[in-house]
Design a protein around this ligand. Structure first.
Ligand code: ADP
Ligand code: ASP
Ligand code: MG
Length: 823
């Protein structure tokens, strides 16, 4: 004979006809020929039934609401069990609705409902869902043996006390024996939630009681296993509605599950465990909507490496603090305090006593705070009057955050990790309690900070410390290549270095796409297609997510507007990586501002790609300065375009012709004036100058542009047509140089002693290093006190999307390294 296996489906699993079909599929996949199927009421039905009572008490009309409940069930029946079976179901349903209407009428008249009446009405949801499902499952006819509808009120007997319902096992077992066939194949469809008291009155097992029903029947049927089917993949490391990154816990002990449930993990109910634990019945938590997933196993000795299993919270808490020197060394104070509370039926959730015994503090549900304060003041009336106890303080608006896991016992550093995370996210801890079992560390915090606290503690235990929320602005020529590079490397970075980069926002001038988890690095174009209107504040808020340890914005735009945001971002702790020259070459005020914000918040700002694309120019300069070298002079060719023009142009063709060819080959900006004006080079020089310690503004650069004023304002077509106007003056310069045996180069130079910054055409010997570089190379020479006669030279390709993106990527990894990644 097969052993029984018990499945329980929660309200969301039986919400409508489609759900019931899914449930039937799952039940039919059960290989044991003996299955118990405990069902909740369809989602929201219990709430609706309880609301009816409240409405009747307030003498509000209820008929429409009763009718709506009826319709909902009739419709399900019509879909699932067409024909006469649906009629038969509806007939009984109608009788129930009449009964309910009658009861509500009485409540309306008396304006109050006893708990027996409340329980009677609340329990109809389970009766309706199971009756329907039993008929439906029988009609499908795919289970071996009979389908039997079991009204749990005929089986389960409980006594209610302040601690909740307790099962009268002997009576319940005897009832079960009578109702449940001994040794035949059968599928029992059992009402969850409802039961009877010893004197035969209908009662419930409390809200969410169907889980408890499942384990009671697990015990009564001596089940091999209990499966709780719900709408999430298992027991998660935190409430998924508050912590988007919550993970499924593969296996956990009964103790852990009980602790999690007690401290607020709503997926399981604390009482559920008791009968199962007693009989060592394994409990699975699985997803009705994803039955192929393994789910979580709750059992005696789970096999799991994680010391911390879950992080939970309970809101609506008040903290009571009893304080007084008079308690020191007085035996029995705590006993008196908690004795008084027990007598008044106030249940205390958490207790913490300072070792000085100078104060005791404890947490209770917010709703009990008035009563508790009264009880405590009454119990210590004499001490309060005598001054031995100074204060009974009640702090409202608190919540409890608990970190739970068997493995915490004997694993040092767990508490440090918890408090480190809380501290880093600015959460104030009001009280601390660690159970001596070391299975739980609980802290009382301000209720408004709960989500923040949950997310940061969760990230501390469950995410790689190098999980980074990434936002990118302006995915153009450089940005899109950068995203391609990230797409090809992100798996390796995660595998080898635990760097988990999550692209959570992409913004262009026209659209913005935000994603809670991550936009695939190769899926950003699609994401933008369904994007929203760009909104800078929303973008940065989203990227700077509370639940992820770090945030980086990659600014690949060339925009002043974006650059102006850096101080705010850096001040908020968002790291910034950019090839955008605007911030560093803009007004000194902005520059000072952003560095001040960066220093204050400890955030990182990296911009290697602003000068020389991927070449290590800024990093080199920084290394020199930080190691105490003194920079005397920096000079170089900082524009790939201008390098090319003067490398190629030997006077045999016209200058305009060389420019035209360069433009056609994509070596210039779309408007070549952007290069020829020299402004871009001047910006780079300002960046280097400031890096060198000079207080330089763009206007302070002595700039010789190559565009006469007459050509700087016209449109591009006209400019290209009149390009030849450059030829004569340029040729004159070239011939003058050639006459001295020299060449022309467009050179930028900084001199520390004179603070002079110059950008323009210079004549150089043919043997000068700047006269002998590859087509579009950049070259920079650093003359320093160490590199004096023989300057340090950095040379190589200094333009182009691939190398520029590579420079940004390298900076991003540098941020990861600063954050602790071991690259
Ligand atoms: P059912 O209707 O199946 O009884 P419940 O709503 O009672 O389902 O419980 C499942 C819900 O519990 C999930 O949808 C989830 O939002 C919530 N929940 C809270 N904490 C956790 C947790 N730690 N793990 C899983 N789910 C949790
Ligand atoms: N239907 C009951 C409730 O909503 C029991 C349950 O779903 O577990 O509380
Ligand atoms: Mg539930």
């Amino acid at each position: 004979m097969h052993r029984w296996r018990v499945h329980k489906f929660g309200g969301s699993s039986v919400a409508d006809a489609a759900c019931m079909q899914r449930v039937a599929d799952i039940v039919e996949r059960e290989t044991s020929a003996r299955a118990g199927v405990v069902l909740s009421a369809s989602r929201g039905v219990t709430d609706a039934l309880l609301a009816l009572i409240t409405q009747a008490e307030r003498q509000q009309p209820v008929d429409d609401a009763v009718h709506a409940l009826r319709e909902r069930h009739v419709e399900m029946a019509r879909t699932l069990i067409p024909g006469t079976s649906a009629d038969a179901y509806t007939e009984v349903l109608d009788r129930d609705c009449q009964d309910i209407t009658g009861i509500l009428h009485a409540v309306h008249l008396t304006r109050s409902a006893s708990s027996a009446v409340r329980d009677l009405v609340a329990g109809f949801g389970e009766i309706w869902s199971t009756r329907l499902f039993a008929r439906y499952l029988a009609a499908r006819g795919r289970r071996p043996g009979r389908v039997i509808w079991v009204d749990a009120r005929d089986v389960v007997r409980v006594d209610w006390s302040a601690l909740g319902p307790s099962v009268r096992w002997d009576e319940s077992r005897a009832n079960a024996l009578q109702i449940i066939p001994g040794d035949v194949d059968a599928t029992l469809v059992i009402t969850g939630f409802i039961a009877r008291t010893a004197d035969g009155l209908q009662t419930t097992l409390g809200r969410n009681g169907s889980d408890f029903s499942a384990s009671i029947f697990g015990d009564l049927l001596d089940a091999e296993e209990i499966v709780i089917w719900t709408d999430v993949d298992g027991v998660l490391s935190a409430d998924p509605r508050r912590v988007p990154d919550a993970r499924v816990i593969d296996s956990l002990s009964y103790h852990e599950a009980m602790e999690l449930a007690y401290f607020g993990a709503k997926v399981i109910h604390p009482q559920t465990m008791a009968p199962a634990v007693e009989k060592r019945i394994p409990i699975w938590i699985r997803n009705t909507f994803a039955p192929d997933k393994a789910g979580s196993l709750i059992c005696e000795s789970p096999n799991s490496a994680h010391p911390v299993k879950g992080i939970t919270s309970i809101d609506g808490i008040a903290l009571v603090n009893v304080e007084g020197a008079g308690m020191i060394g007085v035996p029995g104070t705590a006993q008196r305090l908690f004795g008084a509370l027990r007598e008044d039926g106030i249940s205390v959730i958490l207790i913490s006593q300072g070792s000085s015994e100078h104060s005791i503090c404890f947490a209770i549900p917010h709703s009990e705070s008035e009563r508790t304060a009264r009880t405590v003041r009454h119990a210590f009336h004499a001490e309060l009057n005598g001054g031995q106890i100074q204060n009974v303080d009640v702090i409202r608006g608190c919540s409890i955050l608990s970190v739970v896991g068997d493995g915490m016992a004997g694993t040092p550093g767990i508490a440090a990790q918890v408090f480190g995370s809380l501290g880093a996210s600015g959460v104030n801890v009001r009280a601390i309690a660690q159970g001596s079992s070391e299975r739980n560390i609980s802290v009382v915090i301000d209720e408004r900070q709960t989500t923040r606290a949950l997310r940061s503690v969760h990230a501390g235990f469950y995410l790689s410390p190098h999980t980074i929320s990434v936002g990118i602005i302006g995915p153009g020529a450089v940005g899109s290549v950068l995203l391609d590079q990230l797409a090809s490397q992100s798996a390796r970075l995660t595998r080898d270095f635990h760097i988990d980069l999550r692209l959570r926002g992409v913004m262009t001038r026209r659209a913005m796409a935000l994603c809670d988890s991550a936009i695939p690095f190769d899926g950003w174009r699609d994401a933008l297609k369904d994007g929203k209107a760009p909104d800078m504040l929303r973008f940065e808020d989203h990227v700077n997510a509370e639940h992820l340890p770090h945030a980086v914005i990659l600014d690949c735009s060339a925009s002043d507007d974006v650059a102006e945001q850096y101080p705010r971002w850096l001040g908020a702790g968002i790291h910034v990586v950019t090839p955008n020259k605007r911030a560093n070459s803009g007004p000194l005020e902005l520059y000072d501002d952003l560095h001040e914000s960066r220093r204050a918040a400890g955030s990182h700002y990296l911009y290697e790609a602003t000068v020389g694309a991927g070449l290590p120019i800024i990093q080199t300069l920084r290394d020199l300065r930080e190691t105490g070298d003194e920079i005397r002079r920096i000079e170089g060719i900082l524009s790939g375009t201008l390098a090319y023009l003067f490398n190629v142009w030997d006077g045999k063709q016209s200058f305009s012709e060389v420019v035209r060819v360069a433009k056609a080959n994509g070596y210039t900006e779309p408007d070549p004036r952007d290069d020829l004006s020299g402004t871009d080079v001047a910006r780079k020089l300002v960046i280097l100058g400031r890096e060198m310690g000079l207080r330089l503004e763009l206007s302070g650069v002595e700039l010789e542009g190559l565009i006469p004023p007459s050509l700087s304002a016209c449109d591009l077509d006209e400019f290209m047509n009149r390009l030849t106007e450059l030829d004569a003056p340029m040729l004159k310069r070239l011939e003058a140089a050639h006459a001295k045996g020299k060449v022309l180069r467009y050179v930028a130079a900084l001199d520390a002693a004179s603070s002079r910054a110059t950008v323009g055409l210079v004549e150089l010997e043919r043997t000068h290093p700047f006269a002998n570089i590859n087509l579009t190379d950049n070259i920079v020479r650093f003359v320093t006190s160490r590199y004096d006669r023989n300057p340090l030279v950095v040379q190589g390709p200094g333009a182009g999307p691939a190398v520029t993106a590579g420079g940004v990527f390298a900076d991003l990894l540098r941020v990861c390294a600063y954050l602790g990644a071991k690259l």
